[in-house]
Design a protein around this ligand. Structure first.
Ligand code: UDP
Length: 390
């Protein structure tokens, strides 16, 4: 089909957020443009880089378990000059592989949702190339590697991210604040909380605290759930262990003093967020954005040094949550908030005011604004040979 656009999404599964963002944009494109395009989703690190980079997606959960070392590496590399030096140093190792990526995946538009991929892919593409867009999936503290001056557009979630893009040398007219793209299910009009609670089997007569530590059930979730539940009162607790099966088993073995519901990896996150009263979570950008859409105030118990640092300040300064690391402080913050339902209601309204549920569709429209071009493999292959000869 000659007029079907081929849109290449470059991501890597270092954490779940990059893939989720790409999928949310594809979903929005499908809603608007149905079968008129072909999305191609590629985990570049896994499939198109040599050892040891191709193991980064598998190693990432282990690497972030040493947050200090992770934070140090993040900060040491986070400046325009250092990001450029890092990219230049890696290029000899990556060149052959990234050129193969470009050769094997001709496209009308390329969308990168990962900071590590921008510089090498743009370099491999050369001068005659399709439009290249970056969608930044960190909220506030965004790494310099996200911002490459040759990208046609850079779509960022917050004003703070835009400011950072400008500091990194991007032209103001290329940077748009659009919000962080999340799945449509998190963007629809909220259902009636009472109906949702009936469907979930949750009590109707008390506030519900939802505790979640990202997809992997990270952080001191067991200790935090116990600390919250050690204070009796008229509230219920829903604890999501995610893919952490050991955590789920430990939670299920407890005889809880308050109505408590334990879950593994949950597909009903939008419903749960809309039915809950207060969220307790780590400072992941996806979960924070989804909670804003659901009008759900939050207590943050941990953050990953580096890319999640700014998320804490953002949540606190905007008045949609509090920072309370450590199970005892988290539990105290939860009970403090449950005792002040008026403030909780106000924070829920602030969440809704801050939400940008149209982020994915705005990004989809921007992508679609770039015209169809020839994507014949020979065309890009010839272009690449030209570039290699430079
Ligand atoms: N999530 C989910 N089911 C679960 C736990 C988490 O669908 O049982 C989703 C959650 O809604 C969010 C993502 O996993 O979209 C977590 O993203 P975030 O950026 O907060 O943290 P990450 O896991 O990427 O560190």
């Amino acid at each position: 089909m000659p007029d079907r656009r081929r849109i290449l999404f470059l991501f890597s599964d270092t954490g779940g957020g990059h893939r989720s963002a790409a999928e949310a944009i594809i979903e929005a494109l499908k809603l608007e443009h149905g079968g008129q395009f072909e999305p191609v989703l590629i985990d570049v690190l896994k499939n198109y880089t040599p050892l040891p980079f191709n193991h980064l997606p598998a190693l990432y959960p282990e690497m972030v378990r040493i947050p200090r070392a992770w934070g140090l590496g993040y900060r040491l590399s986070d400046s325009r000059q250092r990001a450029r030096a890092l990219s230049a140093a890696l290029w000899p190792y990556l060149r052959r592989h990234i050129r193969r990526l470009v050769r094997e995946n001709p496209a009308d538009v390329i969308v990168s949702v990962h900071p590590l991929l921008n510089a090498p892919v743009l370099r491999a593409l050369g001068r005659r190339r399709p439009p290249f867009l970056t969608v930044v999936t960190d909220l506030v503290s965004t790494h310099a590697l996200w911002y490459h001056q040759r990208a046609e557009r850079c779509l960022v979630p917050t004003q703070a991210a835009r400011q950072r893009a400008l500091e990194c040398g991007l032209s103001p007219r290329r940077v748009d604040v659009v919000g962080l793209p999340v799945a449509q299910r998190f963007c629809q009009q909220p259902g009636e909380p009472a109906d949702l609670r009936r469907q979930l089997g949750w009590p109707l007569d008390r506030p519900m605290v939802l505790l979640v530590g990202g997809g992997e059930g990270m952080g001191p979730i067991f200790e935090t759930a116990c600390a919250i539940a050690s204070k009796r009162g008229r509230y219920g607790l829903a604890v999501i262990a995610g893919r952490n099966t050991r955590l789920r088993q430990r939670l299920e073995a407890v005889d809880w003093d308050v109505p408590t519901f334990i879950y593994g990896f949950e597909k009903r996150m939008p419903e749960m967020m809309q039915a809950a009263t207060l969220l307790v979570t780590k400072a992941g950008p996806g979960t924070i954005t989804e909670a804003l859409n659901a009008g759900l105030p939050m207590v943050l118990y941990s953050r990953l040094p580096g890319q999640e640092d700014g998320n804490v300040g953002y949540v606190v300064e905007q008045g949609v949550g509090v920072w309370a690391p450590g199970p005892l402080r988290t539990a105290a913050a939860v009970h403090d908030w449950l005792a002040r339902p008026g403030q909780l209601k106000q924070a829920a309204a602030t969440c809704r005011a801050l939400a940008r549920p149209d982020a994915a569709s705005t990004i989809a429209n921007t992508i679609w604004s770039y015209p169809l071009r020839s994507t014949k493999p020979e065309a890009q292959g010839a272009q690449l040979q030209g570039e290699a000869a430079h």
